[in-house]
Design a protein around this ligand. Structure first.
Ligand code: PAF
Length: 303
């Protein structure tokens, strides 16, 4: 059962042994946030779509010591699903999520329904134009507009001093940073490392969709990234093309994969790297479909 503001006053100090408080209304959440700010508390936000795994918990653990009050939002945001993507089938388990949040010392879960986030008449969109169009934006052209719109709303409601995002969604993190800069949100964006299964597969709520055979094959994505990292670090390759071809061969040779993209880009502005320059940083990002499941992964490399 959900708790309301009547059952527990908002926490003034983090208390991992106490129960997490769940807030469903925007007015309620915004009121608490304003009160916390007035009393000088530092608010940390971890935005999620729920169905939490160790990757999400690592974001919360990263945020916990950096703020007084840790707020996790759980909201399966419909506007970031492209036509044809299965919004209704997206995995959800609020009670489990609530227990996990409690375990890592979250103070408040903001868990709004669609009617709160997108009431009748809603028509505004926040769009980071260029960064949202390459990499994942090519096959999911409306996805990041949905992400930036909902994250801008969350920032306005929760008033975080810091917000933590995962490096697995490197493009999302770059886009959010740009939005914060462009729109003057007073929020520090922290990007936390990818958490992997013991065999290297990046943790994702989507891994649950993989069949046994697909799951067995999936670690090749990380293997191909590591192989590319060694190749680039060896200094034998001046241009990205042959490295990308090597990765493609490795992935395609390992199972029923369909490559959406493998690209080597500048980690800040996501522009294509034409040539490896010594002393620079590059991001190798990929999206690959296994059966019906689209997985993303990436690695950052010093050249
Ligand atoms: O990364 C996610 O889970 C989502 O894109 C986010 C940031 C919670 C926005 O819905």
């Amino acid at each position: 059962m959900l708790k309301t503001s009547k059952t527990r006053p908002f926490p003034t100090i983090p208390n991992p042994t106490d129960r997490v408080r769940v807030v469903r209304k925007i007015d309620g959440m915004a009121g608490i946030a304003r009160e916390l700010k007035r009393s000088g508390k530092r608010i940390g936000l971890v935005p999620t779509m729920g169905f939490l795994h160790e990757g999400h918990l690592s974001l919360m653990k990263c945020a916990r010591p950096k703020c007084d009050i840790l707020i996790v939002s759980i909201y399966v945001n419909p506007t970031q699903f492209s036509p044809g993507e299965d919004l209704s089938g997206y995995p959800r388990d609020f009670e489990r999520d609530e227990a996990l949040c409690e375990r890592v010392g979250v103070d408040i879960i903001f868990y709004p329904p669609d009617t709160e986030m997108y009431p009748d008449g809603f028509q505004t969109e926040v769009s980071v134009k260029e960064l949202s169009r390459n990499l994942c934006g090519k096959s999911r052209p409306t996805h990041f507009d949905g992400v930036t719109t909902v994250v801008a709303k969350l920032f306005n409601i929760v008033l975080p001093d810091i917000a933590v995002f995962g490096r697995k969604d490197a493009q999302q993190a770059a886009i959010i940073r740009r939005m914060v800069l462009d729109m003057n949100f007073p929020v520090e964006i922290i990007v936390s490392p990818i958490v992997r299964e013991p065999d290297g597969l990046a943790m994702s709520s989507r891994n649950k969709y993989l069949s046994t055979e697909e799951r067995r094959a999936a670690p090749v994505l990380h293997e191909s990234l590591r192989m590319a990292k060694s190749a680039i670090e060896s200094g034998k390759y001046a241009f990205p093309g042959p490295v990308i071809e090597m990765m493609k061969d490795r992935i395609i040779g390992s199972g029923p994969f369909e490559i959406d993209y493998i690209e080597i880009v500048n980690p800040d502005d996501l522009s294509t790297v034409e040539k490896f320059e010594s002393g620079g940083e590059v991001l190798i990002a990929l999206a690959v479909k296994i059966g019906g499941t689209r997985l993303i992964d990436n690695i950052e490399i010093g050249t």
